[in-house]
Ligand binder design. Structure first.
Ligand code: SAM
Ligand code: GLN
Length: 267
């Protein structure tokens, strides 16, 4: 089969499997196989497709997340290794990092804690974009910790980002900034999530209640920056204010939904 034929076949099969973006996914799977960019696929239309393409296509048709099938995923300036050990980093989380960098821009060597680091996305992006930041990344999941360490090594950031298995209690140690994208999906929402999430991503990375308030109460930090779920930002902002945070602010994501809540602990 040629690349051109494979593209048409893959687009049809992915659409039949219920994938939202069959054309883009077909292009990205082929690009990955051929080692070219997405647009590069179209200049290779007459070349033969490696047999292994069917395996990748089958995985994506089973609704495995594209990031797991490709084994890597872009987050801000980084390409992270991604697999079933941790949540796929989301575009809205790039805004969380943006807020952290803005708050830290005048600090030459801030001490930053990323709670629930998953792939290491937030911690590694902050270290990458703030050359003076010293970042600690914690996760309760041993699988996530091992994946985050692999990412730190691949990106040569292992000396600037310390990664360990741990719990929210670490937030009490005293930090310039604590950032977290904690599990915030309500248990009753689980069945309504798309199969890519429900059937493939770690449930304990997503489902959780009350994390924002627990972190806000435990943290000993100058700044706290939290990602929130749809319709949660207002409540989380009110919680931060009631716990004693000042300068509480909500920032929308690229889709315009209130997504990031931050606050400062008065000294
Ligand atoms: N920070 C990553 C990102 O934004 O892509 C992953 C975020 S994921 C929504 C939440 C993470 O918190 C998961 O990796 C999960 O293992 C971790 N987690 C859940 N409960 C935790 C706890 N009590 N202490 C530390 N980490 C926890
Ligand atoms: N934004 C993620 C989702 O929609 C949830 C991430 C989280 O629980 N922190 O699946």
């Amino acid at each position: 089969m040629t690349v051109g034929e494979a593209l048409r076949l893959a687009e049809r099969q992915l659409a039949e499997a219920g994938v939202d973006t069959p054309r883009v996914d077909a292009e990205l799977l082929l690009a990955h196989m051929l080692g070219v960019s997405r647009t590069g696929v179209h200049t290779r239309g007459d070349e033969p497709v490696p047999d292994a393409f069917q395996v990748l296509l089958g995985r994506r048709c089973a609704r495995e997340p594209l990031a797991y099938v490709l084994g890597e995923w872009g987050f801000r300036r980084l390409v992270l290794k991604t697999d079933a050990r941790a949540l796929v980093p989301r575009p809205e989380t790039e805004i969380l990092v943006e807020r952290c960098l803005e708050l830290l821009h005048a600090e030459p060597a801030p001490r930053v804690l990323d709670l629930g680091t998953g792939t290491g996305a937030i911690a590694l992006a902050i270290a990458d974009e703030h050359p003076g930041a010293r970042v600690t990344a914690i996760d309760a999941s041993a699988g996530a910790v091992s994946l985050a360490k692999e990412n730190a090594q691949r990106l040569h950031l292992e000396r600037r980002v310390e990664i360990a298995q741990g719990d929210i209690a670490v937030a009490a140690d005293g930090w310039d900034l604590v950032v977290s994208n904690p599990p915030y999906v309500a248990p009753q929402e689980w069945d309504r999530l798309q199969p890519e999430i429900r059937e493939w991503e770690p449930r304990e990375a997503l489902v959780g209640l009350g994390f924002h308030e627990r972190i806000a109460r435990v943290a000993n930090t100058h700044w706290l920056v939290l990602e929130t779920g749809d319709c949660q930002a207002e409540d989380v902002a009110a919680t931060l204010e009631s716990v004693g945070y000042a300068d509480v602010r909500v920032t929308p994501d690229l889709a315009g939904k209130p997504r990031v809540v931050e606050g400062r602990q008065p000294t």
